[in-house]
Design a protein around this ligand. Structure first.
Ligand code: NAD
Length: 387
């Protein structure tokens, strides 16, 4: 007989333990990984700091910013001592701050490499925002610096820890509806202020592709667990639009994978926000819309009935994607595990993006090295990943 029937209130005979004892995976603050957050922009203020406050295994240990007032205000809000607020010039002093175990780099893309190398030299583990860097060479330098210092390096691909993305990957990997033949992925938005760093080549490394298009590339690779053999691409920028004097507006590219699957991806800085994926399998299509938002993600599934077809929705329990990502990172630091989204994973995306730009520039398809190993660049699977 099920236990709930024989004893309707299992709490009545629960073993003696304090009512407020945290679940096993919630660590007391002094055992958590202390994270110094570098860069106090939109992502840090709106998402990162609230998520760190929800973390189970990590905690905010320091803030690094050029804006002291803003940093002190954030420090007060999140209960951080003023002595743990640093300017960029003071960054290297974190080597002597024993409360800092790791550095999370949330700066413009061109600054990721320098701060990763400096964090590694300071003996701190590194979580680095996407894209990992602007060139494969910078990524290689970052990987080498972290290896030499024997610290972890993880790239902040939050979607790879999120339940809907894990479910789509499971549907693909288990062939729930047969083999996936084709994929569509789109991530675009209409950019405002032409002076922002995202539209400056030196700081951003490119336009829509490394910023939002990267989600299409990374998500398709993640769901298939395969690496593309070939890319073919086209770019376009509206002439005289002040936003696109240095970086591209739109990129359309196609990737061919060893299984035979073909992905068509679109990204733009010039259209109304749209972020979605669709996988076309033998017996169904499925995907997400929205696919890359911070919340409200949904899976849509279209499949055949005996007569006709049905469109269903699958919703997984929503959890803060950043908190999941931080807990995975902290778990890897605490237990000496290779993070799932390694530096090599970030490097692979940067290499593929370089091939996409080359294809568009030269008007031809560009072959990539054949990689047959599945999940070739990923480390320890996150909790919740079955496939
Ligand atoms: P942002 O413009 O809001 O903030 C950038 C921060 O860097 C600011 O604190 C700014 O003062 C500082 N900075 C230092 N030097 C700078 C310079 N020379 N020019 C401009 N800013 C400078 O940017 P953001 O949206 O927070 O993005 C930061 C990083 O996070 C980028 O690499 C971006 O790709 C990544 N990001 C990731 C996600 C995600 O969901 N994983 C979302 C947004 C941004």
């Amino acid at each position: 007989m099920p236990e709930t029937l024989s004893n309707p209130n299992p709490e009545d005979r629960a073993p003696e333990k304090p009512k407020d004892a945290p679940p096993a995976d919630i660590l007391p603050p002094d055992q958590r990984v202390g994270v110094a957050v570098v860069g106090l922009g939109t992502l840090t203020i709106d998402e990162v700091l609230p998520a760190l406050a929800q973390g189970k295994q990590s905690r905010l240990a320091a803030l690094v910013s050029s804006d002291t007032d803003k940093a002190l205000e954030a420090a007060r809000k999140y209960g951080l001592s003023e002595k743990n607020v640093y300017s960029y010039e003071e960054f290297d002093r974190i080597a002597d701050d024993s409360s800092v175990d790791a550095v999370y780099i949330v700066l413009p893309n061109s600054m990721h490499a320098d701060y990763t190398v400096r964090a590694a030299k300071a003996g701190k583990h590194v979580l680095c925002e996407k894209p990992m860097a602007n060139t494969p060479e910078e990524c290689e330098t970052m990987i080498a610096a972290c290896k030499a210092a024997n610290v972890k390096l993880m790239i902040a691909y939050r979607c790879q820890f999120e339940a809907h993305h894990l479910e789509v990957r499971r549907m693909v990997q288990q062939r729930e509806f047969g083999a996936v033949k084709l994929i569509e992925a789109t991530n675009g938005q209409n950019m405002g202020d032409p002076t922002q760093w995202r539209l400056k080549r030196k700081l951003a490394g490119g336009g829509a592709l490394p910023d939002v298009g990267l989600y299409c590339l990374n998500t398709v690779r993640f769901a298939l667990a395969e690496e593309p053999l070939e890319v073919i691409a086209r770019t376009y920028s509206t002439p005289n639009d002040p936003r696109f004097l240095e970086v591209e507006e739109s990129v359309a590219w196609q990737m061919r994978f060893p299984s035979g699957a073909i992905a068509n991806c679109l990204t733009s800085y010039g259209h109304f926000e749209a972020r979605r994926t669709r996988f076309f399998a033998e017996n169904a299509w499925f995907g997400m819309d929205p696919a890359f938002a911070y919340n409200g993600l949904r899976i849509q599934l279209g499949r055949a009935l005996e007569v006709g077809q049905v469109v269903e929705e699958r919703r997984m329990t929503e959890q803060n994607q950043f908190a999941l990502e931080f807990d995975h990172f902290a778990n890897c630091v605490l237990n000496d595990l290779e993070p799932f989204t390694t530096g090599e994973e970030g490097l692979q995306d940067v290499k593929i993006m370089a091939a996409i730009y080359r294809s568009a520039l030269e008007g031809r398809s560009v072959a990539l090295p054949e990689i047959t190993q599945r999940d070739a660049f990923r480390g320890t699977k996150p909790s919740g990943m079955t496939q």
